[in-house]
Each structure stands twice: as structure tokens, then as C-alpha cells.
Design a protein around this ligand. Structure first.
Ligand SMILES: [Fe+2]
Length: 377
């Protein structure tokens, strides 16, 4: 599947500094205190574990609409002109079954549960050994090509440890209908505060059946302060009803396996509450530019306190050093070609390149500092 890179190395250098990311107030990895209900764990079991097969497990269709950075007032910012997408089908129900079985498997529940001031129940860093299907799906060239085609730039998954961040919200509280007929709920677990992401792009996929759910939009704050709402990953227009005729108002259905793509590092956003439904489980997988020559402002603010820090730091430094390796190799190659062709040395260009690499190394250095180990019980 072709995907396009809109950004040249030249125009990204003039961009604004990246938005500041505020992390959770949690300072070290913490396990959740509230347990996932046993019936949800039991219900996720599968009879036969399958290997990820792009032919059988993907059902990608391009989104019906893609919002641009320009539309939200952020023209020229970020690494792609794409801000966010409408929900689109990505995984088949069979794939979601396999993913759910891994999320709620014994080794994952034992090793990968985290809680923070942002979200009560998360599962992160499942790794290939514990979650081969999920890992192979997100690191496959097929999924990368699909996400890239929506994002308007060639992307690759951030690094293995970030496959994936799973937000789990269990709503055991009864939904209340107030006297004015409005639906109310005391459950606030599915809402997040305004924030920027730590990684350039995310693909958010719904792994719950949300047929009884209302809400769950993503709000985006524009530079003028206006708040725009876009549909969340579970909210898909029911095209079959639309096709029934103009007199039938199209409604929203909530489906498993649908996804949205968003340039969250450069958009101030928050997930709005959803009401109804027993559970809301979404899987957030971050992506970065595939080309090492494109600006990369990924940081660890959002991940540090909700990770096995050793595995997180390994993943981050490994990909950063690889990017640097590639950049140095490319620069050396172009410099040798310059010399062969007897053009004069470009002092300014070399200084700018070196400055960029110093800044890249400085960011990497400042992201790596000791973190306390979690209290294991
Ligand atoms: Fe976010």
C-alpha cells in the first residue's frame, strides 16, 4: 500500500519547539488496587491460539474523512499535514478475540498491570513472549502501511515495549437517568485530562464491544481556544442504515476492531467520557517516522512512571541510537559524494546537521535518569 511523505527535511527545521508534555503525578510504577472482574478474564479465553495472519486478521478500509492540521489551526506544525482520522475498520473480530486473550492471560495480568494518576487500570509492555499475536500485528509491515496511509507519512511502531498501552475501564456503576432526562454516571475512569502525547502519532483501537455505549469522543483544543470534537475509535457510522434510504437517519454503531489515527504529540486533546456498557478497553499504539531523517520529538514523559523502566529505557535508547547511526551514515555518504564532485565544503550545512544531532542526543540523555523500582507485593 503506498503512503506518502509530505515533509522534507528542509521545512521541518523551521518548526516551532514541540509542545510541553505533562506526565502523571505518579513517580514510579504502581500496580492497580482494583482488580479486573473474573468474568471478563474468563470471557477472554480462546480455544485455539492463532498466529497473526494479515490476510485473515485485517479488514482495513480507509477512513471516510481525515482532519488536517490546517483545519484545526495548526498548519505547518507536526511532521505531517494530517491531524486525525474518522474511525476506520482495522482488525477483524477474530483478531480482537486473539488480542483480548493475550491481554487477559495469566502472565500479562501478573507482570504488566499499571496504574497512574491519569488512568486506574492499564496494561503495558506485554512483549512478544507474552503476547505474540498483538506484537506481530502491530510490528507487521501491513499494519504500518495502513496506519501510514491514514497518517500521510511513512510511520513505524515506536519500539517494541510500547506495543501497546491498553486502557481498561470497567463500569460497574449503574447509569443514572436524572429528572431532566439526561444520562449521568459517577464513573469518571474513561476520561483523561487535556494533554499532548509523548510520541508523534497514535493509533487507538477499540477492543470492547461498545454497542451500548454513548459518548467517547476525542476533544481537540485549537489555538483560538475553540474545542472541536471528533469521533472516538468505537464510533462508526452504520452505513447499512444509511443505504436504507434518505428517510432513515444514519446512526452510530460502536464496533470492536475499529481504530483512529491522531498526531497526538502536536494536538492538545482529551478523551471524553463514555457512558453505558460494562467495559471500555482501548489499545493505544504509538508510531514514529520511519525515515530517520525526519524530525523526531519523542520523549518518555507519559511512559516513565507506568513502565518497567529497564525495558522502556532499552527500547528508547536502542531506537534513538539506531536513528543516529542512520543519520551519521547518510551524512557521511553525502559528504563523500560532495568531495568526489569537487564542490566546496558547506560549513553552514554541516554545522546545522551537527547541531541537530547534538540536540537529539541531549534529549535522549535528559530522558534517561534513574527511576525507583516499583514495590512488588
Ligand atoms: Fe493522548
Amino acid at each position: 500500500m503506498p503512503s506518502r511523505t509530505f515533509v522534507s527535511d528542509a521545512n521541518i527545521k523551521k518548526s516551532l519547539p514541540p509542545p510541553k508534555v505533562i506526565g502523571p503525578t505518579t513517580t514510579k510504577a504502581t500496580r492497580p488496587t482494583n482488580k479486573i472482574p473474573q468474568d471478563i478474564i474468563d470471557g477472554a479465553k480462546v480455544v485455539k491460539k492463532e498466529e497473526f495472519d494479515p490476510e485473515r486478521h485485517l479488514q482495513f478500509q480507509p477512513p471516510t474523512y481525515i482532519y488536517t492540521m490546517k483545519e484545526f489551526g495548526f498548519e505547518g506544525q507536526g511532521i505531517s499535514p494530517v491531524a486525525a482520522s474518522e474511525p476506520f475498520p482495522l482488525f477483524t473480530p477474530e483478531a480482537i478475540k486473539q488480542i483480548r486473550a493475550e491481554i487477559f492471560s495469566e502472565p500479562v495480568l501478573r507482570d504488566c498491570q499499571y496504574s497512574s494518576s491519569f488512568a486506574k487500570n492499564m496494561i503495558r509492555g506485554m512483549g512478544r513472549a507474552r503476547a505474540p499475536f498483538t506484537h506481530d500485528a502491530w510490528s507487521s509491515p501491513e499494519v504500518a502501511a495502513m496506519v501510514s496511509s491514514v497518517a500521510g507519512i511513512d510511520l513505524t511502531h515506536m519500539f517494541d515495549y510500547e506495543i501497546a498501552n491498553i486502557n481498561i475501564s470497567i463500569n460497574d456503576q449503574t447509569t443514572v437517568i436524572s429528572s431532566d432526562g439526561k444520562v449521568q454516571s459517577k464513573d469518571s475512569t474513561s476520561a483523561f485530562a487535556w494533554h499532548y502525547d509523548s510520541f508523534p502519532f497514535v493509533c487507538v483501537t477499540m477492543v470492547s464491544d461498545c454497542s451500548e455505549m454513548i459518548g467517547g469522543e476525542t476533544a481537540i483544543r485549537t489555538p483560538s481556544g475553540e474545542v472541536r470534537k471528533i469521533r472516538g475509535p468505537a464510533m462508526v457510522r452504520d452505513h447499512s442504515l444509511h443505504l436504507a434510504g434518505p428517510h432513515v437517519k444514519p446512526t452510530l454503531i460502536h464496533e470492536q476492531g475499529t481504530a483512529v489515527v491522531m498526531q497526538g504529540r502536536y494536538l492538545e486533546h482529551k478523551a471524553l467520557k463514555s457512558i453505558g456498557g460494562r467495559e471500555r478497553i482501548s489499545m493505544v499504539t504509538p508510531f514514529r517516522p520511519k525515515s530517520p531523517l525526519i524530525r523526531d520529538e519523542s520523549i518518555l514523559t507519559g511512559s516513565r512512571a507506568i513502565s518497567n523502566w529497564s525495558e522502556l529505557y532499552h527500547g528508547y535508547t536502542d531506537y534513538r541510537l539506531e536513528v543516529l547511526e542512520e543519520r551519521l551514515r547518510e551524512k557521511r555518504k553525502s559528504e563523500r559524494i560532495r568531495e568526489d564532485t569537487k564542490r566546496p565544503f558547506d560549513c553552514e550545512s554541516m554545522r546545522r546537521f551537527l547541531e541537530d544531532q547534538i540536540a537529539y542526543l541531549e534529549t535522549t540523555y535528559s530522558e534517561i535518569y534513574p527511576v525507583e523500582d516499583m514495590d512488588e507485593d
